[in-house]
Design a protein around this ligand. Structure first.
Ligand code: BYC
Ligand code: FE
Ligand code: FE
Length: 479
């Protein structure tokens, strides 16, 4: 199993003793150049030759796993890092609870596990594709570096899942690994699997909202997979989670800095017109939140899901922090009451808890998002303004599950389509909102300088000052 130190001598850095399995090593070394091709064509455009101040994992120990240095992104040491797991690992939930955990894929769960891993894997390159043009309009070197840090780590998350596909799923796994480099975000002929990962991210407020709300789905999905009876999946996702914390930080503090700047410029006047000052009005920020949050809620799947029930019953996917936060790990007794739409009216339905596992995970996610909203509202209050951000109701603007096809206000009231159509530009970032925000985006790359519409962060990266040179350009054209 995994060691705590990482072998950086081999072409593919790893802590899984890859050199002892020649076949696997060769398969991954064959995938590597295809990955690099993909990174060069679909990764950050215009910055591939520049030196970026990035962290690389050097050990999976709690302390000291991050090493910071300048690196050209295509030379980043993507690799395979698993957290060590308990020696005598037992299954912690579902029908197999208490039995020995699995080091191999049980034949009967092969398809289900492959599907879960492919779905997880697909999101990682998708997000890199969605963000590939953002460098051209970065608000600062600090932000540019954070974007690229997120991008290279999503690249590594793809490696993490491809390692599982290659090691445990034979030929099917190798084929899936190829297809992961062939689907393209937003391409109608070969789209990415989950909806949000086909939405364009064309401005930095969208990027911060995505890192805040969409990467946060990653936190909860990975947290659920970290409980899996299939130990290699648990060990891989546990290490991914340590990197994910930074992505969420980039998102939450990014939105906060936009809010802070707007509040500053409003100068205590609730009616100040920020469009005349080149900043983002608070109600536009609210509509961005409504858009990315509702799109991200779809990622949890249907409220009532037999897939979810099966994943839990078969001990493939648990709840978030199953061991720590729940007492009954079998979940056969309980039920969950859901709001449902029946014949154009709202009603309640009680479903067995296992069938509501997607909704249980969504609950945890929503509670986590609410914490961030509270901290943003503290920022607003600090400027003495009469405004507060809210999360729309979970039924609002949904495309997946129970509420898809019906229409709701942000407060969660059922309405008809005509009413929704009439109101939607007040609720969800419109083309006009997005065009305005995009018009503010101009590249700023002088160390320590920030675009007008965003506040500087509280501190720099890895103890460096804010004006640190987080990227060194090679002198070629970047725009
Ligand atoms: N879009 O019972 P249902 C991250 C499909 S984010 C399109 O509702 P299930 C990251 C579903 O596949 C974390 N299709 O759902 C973040 C199924 O299709 P089939 C990603 C959707 O299966 C930022 C059908 O609808 N990780 O890491 O219970 C940057 C009905 O299924 C969607 C995972 O998702 C959708 N939103 O649950 C970088 C973990 N939702 O079988 C990275 C692995 C559902 O009828 N995935 N469908 O063709 C899973 O656990 C499950 O697949 C889901 C769906 C929770 C996504
Ligand atoms: Fe990721
Ligand atoms: Fe992420």
């Amino acid at each position: 199993m995994a060691a705590t130190t990482i072998d950086y001598q081999s072409r593919i850095p790893n802590n899984v003793n890859l050199s002892s399995d020649r076949r696997l090593q060769r398969a991954l070394e064959n995938w590597l150049p295809n990955y690099i091709d993909w990174w060069r064509t679909m990764g950050p455009e215009g910055f591939q030759e520049d030196q970026i101040y990035l962290r690389t994992a050097v050990s999976v120990e709690k302390t000291g796993w991050a090493h910071f240095d300048y690196v050209k992104m295509p030379d980043y040491r993507w690799g395979i890092f698993l957290n060590p797991t308990e020696a005598e690992r037992k299954i912690g939930f579902g029908d197999h609870m208490g039995k020995n955990a699995w080091d191999e894929v049980p034949g009967e769960y092969r398809n289900a596990l492959r599907r879960i891993i492919v779905t997880q894997a697909d999101t990682e390159p998708a997000s890199v594709e969605q963000q590939r043009l953002l460098g051209k309009s970065c608000p600062s070197l600090y932000d540019l570096r954070n974007l690229f840090q997120v991008n290279v780590e999503e690249g590594r998350h793809l490696w993490a899942m491809v390692y599982l596909l290659h090691s445990y799923f034979g030929r099917d796994g190798r084929e899936e690994a190829e297809e992961l480099l062939q689907r393209r975000s937003g391409n109608p002929d070969k789209p990415r699997i989950l909806n949000v990962f086909n939405e364009p991210i064309e401005d930095w407020l969208s990027f911060y909202c995505f890192a805040m709300f969409t990467d946060r789905d990653g936190k909860f999905q990975l947290g659920a997979l970290a409980e899996s009876a299939f130990t290699p999946l648990a060990a891989t996702t546990r290490f991914m989670l340590t990197e994910e914390a930074h992505h969420l930080f980039v998102g939450q503090t990014g939105v906060e800095r936009v809010i802070r700047r707007s509040c500053e410029l409003m100068n205590g006047d609730n009616d100040a017109d920020l469009t005349r000052q080149g900043a983002v009005p608070l109600d536009v920020i609210q509509r961005y939140i409504n858009r990315w949050y509702s799109l991200s809620l779809d990622l949890f799947g249907s409220e009532v899901s037999s897939n979810g029930a099966t994943f839990f019953a078969n001990s493939l996917k648990g709840r978030f922090q199953e061991q720590r936060r729940w007492e009954d790990h079998v979940a056969l007794e309980d039920s969950r009451v859901l709001d449902v739409v029946r014949g154009g009216k709202m009603g309640k339905e009680e479903v067995p808890l296992r069938n509501a596992m997607n909704e249980v995970l969504r609950d945890e996610y929503i509670a986590d998002c609410e914490k961030a909203l509270r901290s943003w509202n503290q920022t607003v209050n600090g400027y003495g303004l009469n405004f507060s951000f809210t999360l729309p109701n979970r039924k609002f603007h949904r495309h997946q599950g129970e509420y898809a096809g019906s229409f709701f206000t942000p407060e969660g009231e059922l309405i008809d389509e005509a009413k929704f159509e009439a109101e939607q530009d007040n609720w969800i970032a419109s083309d006009e909102d997005r065009a305005y925000v995009k018009s503010l985006m101009h590249q700023v790359t002088e160390p320590g300088k920030f675009a007008h519409w965003i506040s500087p962060p509280k501190r720099g990266i890895n103890g460096n000052p804010i004006e640190f040179e987080y990227a060194k350009f090679s002198g070629h054209e970047r725009a």
